[in-house]
Design a protein around this ligand. Structure first.
Ligand code: 5RP
Length: 232
């Protein structure tokens, strides 16, 4: 089945302008990283601009944790030093993209099917920086909400959620299936709690505001920096 389209708050933008904005946000985030940082690297096309920007800074003693095999390969090819999360424990900062960012700082992530690892890394970081082009800014998060689902009983798990479907994509690096919740979101905290306590749902793509410290959204006239306290 074709993955559902991610909602965009800004209609169809010129693809070149969207890429320029992703790169602008990524370059701004790279400037937040300091020598000696233990850094979490997200996944996706926005993060793909971050990796060369970090490599170009030539920071000393920086150690990175990648959230996907794709990021691991790209970071390694650029000479960034990779460790496992368990080798580093706590991270100073993690930087990642998002599919939707709303006014209350709720995120939807997982368009690239890496949201479980991304959420673990975001939680382990003292500072979690989200980078995005302007089209990712929405008034309120909505479906599709990505899901990582245990292979055993996957159809039964999705049925229990009411409106959800599997994506025709390879399994996650951890061997689970990827799908999307397609029903109403309403209060994201209530939906997040419901998804989290549904047996068979390994992780969902709703990221609570408590996980997020900085949001860098690049638009046509610069970068909007929304900062707040990370409490999760
Ligand atoms: C991957 C993610 C990505 O960060 C999200 O899908 C945004 O990707 P992109 O930067 O390509 O728009 O959550 O699981």
């Amino acid at each position: 089945m074709t993955p559902p389209r991610t909602p965009s708050g800004h209609g169809d933008l010129d693809p070149k302008e969207t890429e320029r904005q992703k790169r602008t946000a990524a370059l701004a985030a790279a400037e937040l990283v300091q020598d000696g940082a233990r850094l979490g690297l997200g996944t996706g096309s926005t993060v793909a601009y971050l990796l060369p920007a970090l490599a170009a800074r030539g920071l000393r003693d920086m150690l990175c944790v990648a959230t996907s095999p794709a990021t691991e390969r790209a970071a390694s090819a650029l000479g960034l030093v990779l460790k496992t999360l368990d080798e580093l424990g706590e991270l100073d900062i993690a930087i990642d993209g998002a599919d939707q960012i709303d006014q209350r700082r709720w995120l939807v992530k997982g368009g690239g099917a890496s949201h479980t690892r991304e959420k673990i890394v975001a939680r382990a970081a003292r500072r979690f920086v989200v980078i995005a082009s302007a089209e990712k800014a929405v008034a309120a998060v909505s479906a599709p909400v990505p899901l990582e689902v245990l292979r055993f009983g996957a159809q039964s798990t999705l049925h229990a959620l009411g409106s959800a479907q599997l994506r025709e994509v390879p399994p996650s690096p951890d061997g689970n299936l990827i799908g999307d919740y397609l029903g109403g979101v309403g209060d994201p905290a209530v939906l997040a709690a419901r998804l989290s306590c549904t047996p068979g749902v390994v992780e969902h793509g709703l990221f609570a505001p408590e996980l997020v410290s900085d949001i860098l959204i690049a638009g046509s006239d610069g970068v909007e920096h929304r900062s707040g306290a990370k409490r999760g």
